[in-house]
Design a protein around this ligand. Structure first.
Ligand code: FES
Length: 335
């Protein structure tokens, strides 16, 4: 089914361009020069996307965004403006806009912004569903955190037992062996009860940083449930990862303030340097890359974090140097 788009702008040229561009993209496009009419249209029709000008006679675009958030919270709103500024972009995002595009824009720019806005909105909705799922499954808003001390106690107990059996310590084992030992210890702790599947997965995830297929297979056998059931449950929660994370995590912000400051270019540069896209890890296991919508420090835009450390006013060259430095440090460590 074609997605529906509403465009609110007092400039008829912008309206006709958006209509032409997005009808070619299979959107069902409704246009209006009146913010009041736009707000009454959303009461009768659900629009997947609303493009809204900032400066219009009558209602201010920012107020329109606020009202849209109240009356059509499921729509991905993109603000378009001939007077771009980081402050306005940040304000628009705070009020619920998913992206911010400066006029004049090319068809590719506005299509990309709309695609990203839809993805962000869907991501937000997924998070709400995940939280709701956690609420209904565990009675809590979010998953409880795992007591790191419990993991330390378990690994100390494994070491003690292995020492008595004259076997090498946990640390000396290969990763699959180590994970198997730890998984069995966690399963023992939780008495192999399927009602404890989430805390079991959490404990192993907290220890290993991910859930391997072997780990899921072992839990399935021990709890006598299918791997599919475990995977289905775990994939319901965003916190569980199924691939081993890289040694270093790079998070590139492409939220509006960062995007305006070149966040998209930085992301493209790091993708090309490391030959991965967000969600992937480099073949050598050194870096994982994530794309985020806002890191909460927009004044430093464009922002990147490496292993949690914030790098503001980032540029492709600065990030490239930071990556090279980590590679150099790691190679010295391994010499
Ligand atoms: S948009 Fe807020 S930190 Fe990037």
């Amino acid at each position: 089914m074609a997605r529906k788009m509403l465009v609110i702008d007092d400039d008829s040229m912008v309206l006709s361009s958006c209509q032409r561009i997005f009808e070619e993209e299979d959107f069902n496009v409704v246009i209006t020069t009146s913010p009041e009419e736009g707000l009454s249209l959303v009461l009768d029709t659900y629009f997947d996307v609303v493009l809204c000008d900032w400066m219009m006679p009558g209602l201010d675009g920012m107020d329109v965004i606020t009202r849209l958030e109240e009356t059509s919270p499921g729509s991905a709103v993109v603000m378009i403006t001939g007077y771009p500024s980081i402050e306005r972009a940040t304000e628009a995002m705070k009020r619920g806009a998913m992206d911010y595009v400066a006029k004049p824009f090319t068809p590719d720019e506005i299509i990309k912004a709309v695609d990203e806005a839809i993805q962000r909105k869907e991501g937000e909705e997924r998070k709400v569903i995940e939280r709701f799922g956690a609420l209904t499954k565990t009675g809590k808003i979010s998953l409880p955190s795992i007591d790191e001390k419990m993991l330390q106690t378990l690994s100390a107990a494994i070491d003690e037992r292995r020492q008595m059996e004259a076997k090498p310590s946990l640390e000396a084992l290969s990763e699959p062996e180590r994970l198997e030992e730890m998984t069995l210890a966690v399963l023992n702790k939780y008495a192999r009860d399927t009602n404890n599947l989430i805390p079991i997965l959490q404990a192993i995830h907290s220890y290993a940083g991910y859930l391997s297929y072997e780990t899921i297979g072992l839990i399935a056998r021990e709890l006598k449930i299918s791997e599919h059931e475990i995977f289905g449950t775990a994939s319901f929660y965003a916190q569980f990862k199924f691939e081993k994370p890289g040694q270093h995590l790079i998070r590139c912000c492409t939220g509006t303030a960062c995007f305006v400051g070149g966040g998209g270019v930085i992301l493209e540069a790091v993708e090309s340097k490391l030959d991965i896209v967000p969600g992937q890890t480099t073949k050598d296991g050194m870096f994982s890359l994530e794309r985020v919508a806002c890191l909460g420090c927009c004044a430093l835009a464009p922002v990147v974090t490496i292993d949690g450390e914030v790098y503001g006013q980032m540029s492709p060259a600065k990030l490239s140097r930071a990556i090279d430095k980590i590679y150099r440090t790691e190679s010295v460590k391994s010499d």
